[in-house]
Each structure stands twice: as C-alpha cells, then as structure tokens.
Design a protein around this ligand. Structure first.
Ligand code: CMC
Length: 436
C-alpha cells in the first residue's frame, strides 16, 4: 500500500491524547485512513453499520467510480469488455489479472470445458428438493454440496486447490443452474456439450430436450454472454463481502461461495432482478403506463415500503453503466425476436423517464441499476423469472472466487471479526423462576 505524506489526526474533546492515523493512496479512488491501531491506542472502535465509510480490504480486481458511473474490471471499462470480449475472457481477466492471448484463451477454454460435468451423484442430491423449491434455495444447497464431492480442491491454503476450485465452480455453475431448472419442470437433465460457447452450452442445457435439439440464436447467445459479463464482479458488494468473511475462517471455497449465493438472493441485492420484473408485471396488470404516476406516488410514500426495484445503488450516484448496456441488449434481443412492441419494455422505459425527472429520485441520485432491464432480456430469452437470480449467481461466481483467492493470497489477511457498540443489559443475576 502506498502511504500518503498526509496523516489524519484524531483528537478528543475530553483532553485524551490525540492520535495520528496513516493514510494510504489507491491507484485510483478515495484514500483510506488506517484505523487498525485505533483500539489498541485509544480503547475505542469506529462505528459504521452498513460499511458506509469502511474499506474492508485492498483489492486490485474491480473499480467503481459511483459519481461518474464507471466500472472497470482490472482497469478495463465494462463497455469495452462487453463489446470486445466474451465471458470466459472476462473470467480469465478477473482471475489472473490480464486478458488472455490466443494460446491462453484456447487453454483456458479447454480447462473450463474439462470440468463442465458434475458428479453423477449430484442429481440424486437434487432430487431431495421439492420441485417447487426456489432455485436460489436449491443453488445454495448444490454449491455447498460441491464440497462433499470434490475433496481434492477444498484446501483454501493450497494455491493449486484454489485454482482448481475456481475452474470447477466457473465450469459447473451453468450445469447446476440448468439442472435445477430442468428438475423444477420435470424434464431430464441435458449434459453439457463442450464444443459450444460457455453461454451457448448453458442455453442448450436449459432449453434442449432429449427429443429436440436447441437451435442457438446468435443474438440471444450473445445477450446471455453479456448478462454474464455485466454481472461478473462488482467489488465489495454484500455477497462478495460475505464470501470474503466466510472464507476468512479458512473454510473450503465451495462453502464460501454457497454463502455468497445465499446473500445474493435478497431483494436488495441480486434478488432485485426478479422483484423488478414482478413489479413491472404488477404495474402492467394495474393498467400499464397510465398507472405509473400512481405507482410512483406509493414509492415516494415513506409509510408504504414500496420501492422502485432496479433503481438506486449504494455506490452509483449516476447511471449504472451496466444498465445502459443492458438497455441496449434489450433493444437487440426484442428486435431479433420481433418483440419491438413488448409492453413491459415500453413500460420500463416510460417508468425510467418519469422517475429520472421526478424530484424524489433526482435529489437522492437514484438511477436505474443493472437489474432494471436484465429481467426483460432474460424473460425474452425464455428464462423463467424465478431463475433470474440464479443466473446472476452463475455469473458472479467468478468474481466471488477471484476475490476470495485474492484475500487468501494477501499477507495482511486475517479472520474477519467486526466489533460492536453494546447497548444491551449490563451484568445481572438470573432470578429464580417465580421472580421473572
Ligand atoms: N426506491 C425508492 N426509494 C429509494 C430506492 C428505491 N429503489 N433506493 C433508495 N431509495 C431512497 C431511500 O428510501 C432513501 O431515502 P431517504 O433518504 O428519504 O430515507 C434514499 O433513497 C437512500 O437510500 P438508502 O436505502 O439509504 O441507500 P442504500 O445505499 O442503503 O441502498 C439499495 C441501496 C440498492 C439497497 C437501494 O437503492 C434499493 O433498495 N434499491 C432497490 C433494490 C435494487 O434494485 N437492488 C439492486 C442493486 S444493483 C444489483 C446488485 O448489485 O445487487
């Protein structure tokens, strides 16, 4: 870490001695104040629920400038990656730090393809679930279950194990998501086919049946691939921080990633894509574009707990660059399918326009995020709404594993252990039962 010449001085109004705190500079982005010695020297903790002002680690993977609306993976703008690279190039970049050359690309594809099948026993594990289980409940179980099948890659302290676990996870997630889907609709699983692209293989496992081959449509495969790229990593978001915290105890990588899947499920995070499409469908049923005003009124009513799903972000205080790319993909996919007049897309665009002009959203800097349009694209591709978040998990797996491996390799890494401001009862004695 690069120390700055400037130091922060913390002083106390009760006359306690002040303390100098070192400041470090990142390559870009805000500086950080190092408070690690604070407790030892002052007996005080910092208080920051929700980590509004706390950097929990140093990382060289993803950078977000929330004010500019900029997202970089290893320095490359998301717009360039989404246009010039595919998902596996992006995975290579996130894992190893550089884009692959031709040979590395070929080798990486081969490596991932070698691991696309899952242990045959996994299907019996899957059968233990109810068919109407939510796919994210199933995925949390299946990903955690991988640790029971792949013992030779569960030692997080062994760099070889970490690498093979990363490849296994990237390769097997599409197979697992497609299996979870096929199980839910009572169709036989379709085995992976390794001569297809990553996204094409996934779509075939989703939509082919033993009696009918899936004819890939280039525009739709490209759209799926773009969804994967846009969701691949997003620095220290809730699920990634969960993976890091979970992995910091030294647990095995599959268990740590399963924790990430569980966190992602929530509607404030990855579950927003499903919630957003449900919201659009509800407004459509209420009467569509005509009813936007009424809906926005409910959103602004602080007693209603209704949110405009797919809007707002902790870090972006500008248009989420992923939302722009997703809107572009939405146009392409709907045009390719002859669905230019799709009512939900029209509704989403009208809703976006009205919200972006409304003082409530303007003053709070609330803009569309990646989930605002991704549901419409996925629905058009034929993905059921309940599977949207599982697809997000599939794509984010590379980010989680890259971040986890970065943490384990960092000599400064320690088990994560936040502290608290205790506001409960002081010490007291247990009264006898008749006195409680
Ligand atoms: N609709 C209505 N009001 C909102 C929304 C929204 N979508 N998002 C934020 N606000 C309001 C919020 O009520 C608060 O108002 P006030 O200052 O009057 O209390 C203000 O804006 C600041 O919001 P916050 O809740 O303090 O912001 P946060 O950084 O804690 O939350 C968020 C970020 C993403 C959880 C939130 O914007 C949200 O719930 N959005 C909808 C869910 C969503 O789309 N999530 C996907 C995020 S992107 C994909 C991903 O990475 O998972």
């Amino acid at each position: 870490m690069n120390a700055s010449d400037v130091k922060a001085t913390l002083s106390f109004s009760d006359g306690s001695p002040s303390m100098d705190l070192p400041i470090y500079k990142g390559s870009i982005g805000p500086d950080v104040i190092d408070i690690r010695k604070l407790y030892g020297q002052t007996g005080k903790f910092t208080y920051d629920p929700g980590f509004l002002s706390t950097a929990s680690c140093q990382s060289a993977i993803t950078y977000i400038d929330g004010d500019k609306g900029e997202l970089l993976y290893r320095g490359y703008p998301i717009e360039q990656l989404a246009t010039n690279c595919d998902f596996l190039d992006t995975c290579y970049l996130l894992l190893y730090g550089e884009l692959p050359n031709e040979q590395q690309q070929r080798d990486f594809h081969k490596l991932v393809n070698n691991h696309t099948m899952v242990n045959e026993q996994m299907q019996f594990f899957l059968r233990g679930f109810r068919r109407d289980a939510h796919p994210m409940a199933v995925m949390t179980g299946l990903v955690g279950g991988l640790s029971a099948f792949y013992h030779d890659s569960t030692d997080i302290n062994n760099p070889k194990h970490r690498e093979i676990a990363a490849i296994r996870l990237i390769a097997k997630m599409p197979t697992l998501v497609a299996m979870a889907y096929k199980y839910s609709i009572g169709q036989p699983y379709i085995y992976p086919k390794n001569n297809l692209s990553y996204a094409g293989n996934f779509m075939r496992m989703m939509f082919a049946t033993p009696c009918e081959e899936y004819e890939p449509n280039d525009v739709l495969v490209r759209a799926m691939d773009r969804i994967f790229i846009l969701h691949a990593d997003h620095e220290q978001n809730a699920s990634t921080s969960t993976v890091r915290l979970c992995g910091s105890s030294g647990t095995n990588p599959f268990a740590a990633i399963a924790a990430g899947v569980a966190c992602l499920w929530g509607p404030s995070h990855g579950g927003a894509n499903e919630a957003c499409l449900n919201m659009l469908e509800e407004i459509q049923q209420m009467g569509g574009v005509e009813k936007i005003g009424e809906f926005i009124k409910q959103v602004k009513d602080k007693t209603s707990s209704v949110k405009l799903m797919g809007f707002g972000h902790r870090v972006y205080k500008n248009y989420d660059p992923r939302a722009k790319l997703m809107r572009e993909t939405c146009h392409e996919v709907l045009t390719a399918l002859g669905l230019e007049n799709d009512p939900l897309f029209k509704l989403a665009m009208a809703l976006e326009k009205i919200a972006l002009e409304d003082e409530y959203f303007v003053s709070r800097k609330l803009y569309p995020n990646v989930d605002f349009y991704s549901g419409i694209v996925q629905r058009a591709i034929g993905i059921p709404v309940s599977l949207f978040t599982a697809i997000f998990a599939l794509a984010r797996t590379v980010g989680w594993i890259a971040q986890l491996n970065e943490m384990i390799a960092d000599p400064e890494y320690k088990i994560g252990r936040p502290r608290q401001l205790f506001v409960g009862a002081e010490r007291r004695d247990v009264p006898p039962l008749d006195k409680r």
